[in-house]
Structures are given as structure tokens and as C-alpha cells.
Design a protein around this ligand. Structure first.
Ligand code: HEC
Length: 251
């Protein structure tokens, strides 16, 4: 998932929340065989041999002792600084710009509950992808699979509780138009596919969230225009200032 606004995340990192803190999380990708496949000893050796890094460790920590803990703290500080809050949506909320008609309709659908009795449309997204972070920072099952088709047990692997089966961290939707593919396993490649999934593809299972009840039956019943408007709204969460910030590039 995208690394944005992590300073406000309190319930654990990674899709299953296995890391309680970001400084601890930061060391996992270094040693994970599917990611950098390095050893911490070797990274400590490489950084200690660099004049540039030794100087920076002195500036940050008072002496040039390079330890895994300090590497984690430094990476954590950098990740805390990745703040996205200047999207078109934010500027519209602040009154500096207006959303287009389609984006505004999408916003209303996003923030509204579906009421089949009174035939009031709503896409129910806000329950879990709650503004301003567009996540509620919780672990939930949004109905991607049924009981027979779970491949990844998700949060259950961390808590060992069957009631957490197939629950994953609700990801932020900020800059979502730029972070395909989607979901923990990257199964969807476009936002249109994601919206169609919520509209008509949600699957029943023991731990699917109760908030998915209308998605399951009768389905959200969004028409083509509704779906296009929802996607248009999601695109207003793109923050070009954040995405082009030179501080986020290789020095
Ligand atoms: C019950 C809570 C819940 C509701 C309601 C919900 N979502 Fe989600 N959403 C999640 C969870 C949990 C995930 C991550 C699931 C996974 O990967 O296993 C997710 C993932 C996504 C992703 C992929 C994000 C990424 O970085 O890969 C998008 C896009 C998304 N949701 C959009 C929406 C939209 C649009 C709506 C409304 C139509 C909506 N969601 C409603 C919980 C919810």
C-alpha cells in the first residue's frame, strides 16, 4: 500500500499489522527474502564504511555508531514526513477550488449510505475509508473471497484468532489513482474494476464485515454514470505536490 500519512497510523503496519511500530517495520523489507534479501549485519557494515552516512549518524544521534535500531528510527522519521494533504479534494474542502459536477456526485455517493427501501443511492465507502485519511486504520474483511477461497489468512496470522481471518488493514485512498494494482494481492488493475467489485462482486464469508450487507444483497446497484462519478471522485485524491516533491527522490 502507499506510504502516506503514516504518522497517524496507530494499529500496526503491513497489511496484517504484524509490526507494532514503523521503526520496527522498516527493518523487515531489508531482510525479507522476497524483498531486499539482505542481512542487518551487512547493512550496518556498509553504512559504517561510508563517510557520508557516518557524518549523518553523528548529526542525527550524536556519534557514529550505526545500529539496526538507529537505522529503523531514521527510516521511521523519513516515513513520518511523507504527508499528503494537498489534493484537489483538500483544496475543495478548504474552499480554494470546486469539484466538477461528476466529482461532486462521486463524493456524495462515496459519503452516503445505500438505502434500498427508499431507493436512495449510496456507495458506503466512507465507513471504512473515512476522511480525512480515507482509512479508519482498522483491520477488516471487505469480501474479496469466500471461506473456500482464502489464500492469505491476513490478520489471523498475527492474532491467532479465527475471527480475524482474511482481515486486512483498510488502506488509505489518497493518491489511489497512482498506486495500482489494488488490494493486498494486487488482483485489480484499475479503479473501475475495484468499483465494480464493490458494486456486484462482494463475496460472503464467516468474517466479512457487516457493513458489506447491501453489497452482498441486493448489490449497490450503481449505474454506469454512478460508477464513473465515483472513479472521478477517487481521482481528486491525487496530490501532485506530494508526488513531485523533490525530497522524496533519490539524492
Ligand atoms: C467494510 C469496510 C470497507 C468498505 C465499506 C469499503 N472498503 Fe475499500 N477496502 C477495505 C479493505 C479492508 C481493503 C483492503 C482489502 C484487501 O486488500 O484485502 C480495501 C481496499 C480498497 C481499495 C484498494 C486500495 C489499495 O491500496 O490497494 C480501494 C481502491 C477501495 N478499497 C475503494 C473503496 C471504495 C470506492 C468503496 C466504496 C464503494 C470501498 N472501498 C468500501 C475496506 C472497505
Amino acid at each position: 500500500m502507499a506510504l502516506v500519512n503514516l504518522a497517524w497510523s496507530r494499529r500496526g503496519f503491513f497489511w496484517d499489522g504484524r509490526s507494532p511500530t514503523l521503526r520496527e517495520q522498516a527493518l523487515h523489507p531489508i531482510i525479507d527474502t522476497l524483498e531486499m534479501d539482505e542481512t542487518l549485519e551487512n547493512v550496518v557494515r556498509k553504512l559504517s564504511a561510508s563517510r557520508l552516512y557516518r557524518d549523518q549518524f553523528i548529526k542525527a544521534f550524536g556519534n557514529d555508531s550505526v545500529t539496526p535500531e538507529r537505522i529503523g528510527i531514521a527510516l521511521e522519521q523519513f516515513m513520518f514526513s511523507l504527508i499528503s494533504a494537498q489534493s484537489k479534494y483538500d483544496r475543495a474542502v478548504a474552499g480554494f477550488t470546486l469539484l466538477s459536477e461528476s466529482e461532486e456526485r462521486g463524493r456524495q455517493l462515496f459519503l452516503r449510505e445505500f438505502d434500498p427501501t427508499y431507493k436512495r443511492k449510496g456507495a458506503e465507502c466512507f465507513h471504512c475509508h473515512a476522511p480525512p485519511f480515507f482509512t479508519n486504520d482498522r483491520f477488516m474483511n471487505n469480501g474479496l473471497d469466500d471461506d473456500a477461497s482464502f489464500v492469505d489468512l491476513g490478520r489471523e496470522l498475527v492474532t491467532k484468532s479465527a475471527s480475524d481471518r482474511a482481515k486486512f488493514k483498510v488502506p488509505t485512498l489518497r493518491n489511489i489513482a497512482r498506486t495500482a494494482p489494488y488490494m493486498h494481492d494486487g488482483r485489480f488493475s484499475t479503479l473501475e474494476e475495484v468499483v465494480e467489485f464493490y458494486n456486484s462482486g462482494v463475496r460472503r464469508s464467516a468474517t466479512v464485515d457487516p457493513l458489506m450487507q447491501f453489497n452482498l444483497a441486493p448489490g449497490l446497484r450503481l449505474d454506469e454514470r454512478d460508477k464513473a462519478d465515483l472513479v472521478a471522485f477517487l481521482k481528486t485524491l491525487t496530490d501532485d505536490q506530494f508526488l513531485t516533491n523533490p525530497r522524496h527522490r533519490m539524492p
